[in-house]
Design a protein around this ligand. Structure first.
Ligand code: FAD
Length: 480
């Protein structure tokens, strides 16, 4: 298994290089790993996988009921939901099928529900139905006053976004993909390397040679196309979504994902439970110029609180655990921007805005099909082999956690030693993460693998103990 985070890159050329280890790039790398004869690299500018938009979303496994019918996004979300739900069940990614209620708060919104129902049917989602105000109250007793009815979408689920990316990357690396972290592909020429149809890529860790490139750089997909191919078919405008995470004591206030009627800018502000037992309020939808603008703002949080007060008034009396923001890779187009440039041996996977977590596995299959067409016999992608299954540590509240499992504690007392008391994370889980196939490069990465320091004290009490474990095992155990 090959994972590097410093030093020069291997000089032997890769057949395919995937740029960007977000949920999309990691899913593509995993799909390519099934083609055992290929030499594949996954390169990531950051020191960890899933460290961009993929770590900061609303964590909903969408049905695609509200996608634009006939669009590529509608198709890939629908297929991706089915694929990821099955993969999650096999690999231990926590998913809770809580369902969604899209609530109408005024006559105009109520009048929009039949159109949304038709749209759902146009997207081959037939389980949705309109329910009246009485049923809405019966199913969500803490809802604010004024709800007139809702579209019931029982297939919507909540999922752990962190484990999803990590599962893909883990399986890719175990399947033979080389993961190179801290490796930013730089501005330069995508020039032909004299021997054998390879190209040379300038990276922050030196030259990388590859026959084909898949650009899955998220917010920077357009920059990479522009910088290396000299042309771009779209421009990415970051659309910020700020979110508030409420304490676990709020969890009983809400049973479903409570969606608003969507607007032109997106799906609007929702209230949703998380698989970790918290409640989310958000996201905002703000067009920015700055692709690094992941901070939260007082205005953004005030807007959320005002909207949240209408949806679920009692939520606003609960403690806030944390706030965060993610940037959607919006473009001037109303669909994903996935294009092959066979002459350039290049595939662009951009504009994966607010549904990329759900669609990730279907995007990966679609991209590998495009690559097969572009490369033909040169890469021979006709037959995929099997990948060894992966089983991820459970971060979800709906399934037994290690501290609750007497069988596990009997075999290894480290699973009975709690380090992070807010999230009940044990020494055994922290150790496992630090010596795993794709270990964390930072304490934040460790939090995404274990939940340590992610609870109501945000590491105030456990921070030093977690740091000590990280420093100790990080130096001796991690593959770097
Ligand atoms: C607020 C919000 C809510 C959302 N809610 C949902 C939801 O509920 N359900 C859902 O399905 N989707 C949701 N999404 C969308 C989903 O999160 C994204 O579609 C998905 O994470 C995009 O993944 P990605 O891999 O394309 O991008 P990223 O995760 O951003 O990954 C791209 C990676 O490329 C790397 N990179 C960039 N440039 C270079 C370079 N030059 N060299 C090397 N590496 C580079 C970056 O460091 C980054 O890690 C939401 C998004 C947001 C912002």
């Amino acid at each position: 298994m090959t994972l590097t985070s410093k030093g020069p890159l291997p000089s032997e050329p890769y057949d395919v290089t995937v740029v960007g280890a977000g949920v999309v790039g990691s899913a593509i790398a995993r799909e390519l790993a099934a083609h055992h004869r290929l030499r594949v690299a996954l390169v990531e500018a950051s020191g960890d996988v899933g460290d961009g938009t993929s770590k900061a979303n609303t964590a909903i496994l969408h049905t695609g009921f509200d996608a634009v019918p006939g669009s590529l996004e509608a198709r890939l979300v629908r297929e991706g939901q089915r694929l990821l739900a099955a993969y999650a069940a096999d690999s231990g990614i926590p998913v809770e099928p809580v369902g969604a209620l899209l609530v109408a708060w005024d006559d105009e919104q109520l009048a929009a529900l039949p159109g949304l129902l038709d749209k759902a049917r146009g997207n081959a989602y037939t389980a949705a139905r309109i329910i009246d105000a009485d049923e809405v109250w019966a199913r969500e007793p803490h809802l604010g006053p004024g709800a007139l009815g809702a579209l019931d979408v029982p297939g919507e689920s909540i999922i752990c976004p962190w484990t999803t990316t990590l599962a893909y990357a883990t399986q890719a690396v175990r399947g033979g993909v080389h993961l190179h972290l801290n490796c930013r592909v730089k501005k330069g020429n995508w020039v032909e390397y004299p021997a054998g149809g390879c190209r040379e890529l300038a990276t922050s860790r030196g030259v990388l040679r590859t026959r084909y490139l898949i650009n899955a750089a998220g917010l920077h997909t357009d920059d990479l196309d522009q910088q290396l191919l000299g042309e771009g078919k779209f421009a990415v405008t970051p659309r910020r979504g700020q979110l508030i995470v409420f304490d676990k004591l709020a969890r009983d206030l809400v049973r479903h994902i409570l969606l608003p009627v969507p607007t032109a800018l997106g799906k609007g502000v929702l209230v949703a439970p998380t698989v970790y037992g918290n409640v989310l309020l958000g996201p905002t939808a703000e067009e920015l110029d700055d692709k690094t603008g992941t901070g939260t703002t007082a205005d953004g949080l005030d807007t959320l609180r005002a909207k949240g007060r209408r949806i679920l008034p009692a939520l606003l009396d609960e403690e806030v655990t944390t706030v965060y923001a993610g940037l959607r890779a919006a473009t001037e187009h109303d669909d994903y921007q996935i294009h092959a440039s066979p002459d350039e041996r290049w595939i662009t996977v951009g504009g994966i805005r607010s549904t990329g977590l759900t669609a990730s596995m279907a995007i990966a299959a679609y991209v590998v099909d495009l690559l097969a067409d572009a490369a033909g016999p040169e890469l021979d992608l006709t037959h995929a082999g099997d990948l060894d299954p992966v089983r991820m540590p459970n971060l979800g509240e709906a399934f037994p956690r290690p501290y609750q499992r007497a069988d596990l504690i009997a075999t290894d007392p480290a699973y009975g030693t709690i380090v992070c008391h807010c999230e009940r994370v044990t020494r055994g889980e922290i150790r496992d993460a630090l010596i795993s196939t794709v270990p964390p490069g930072s304490l934040d990465g460790l939090r995404r693998r274990t939940r340590a320091r992610g609870g109501r004290c945000q590491g105030f009490y456990c921070g030093a103990a977690v740091r000590e474990l990280f420093d100790g095992w990080g130096e001796s155990g991690a593959a770097r």
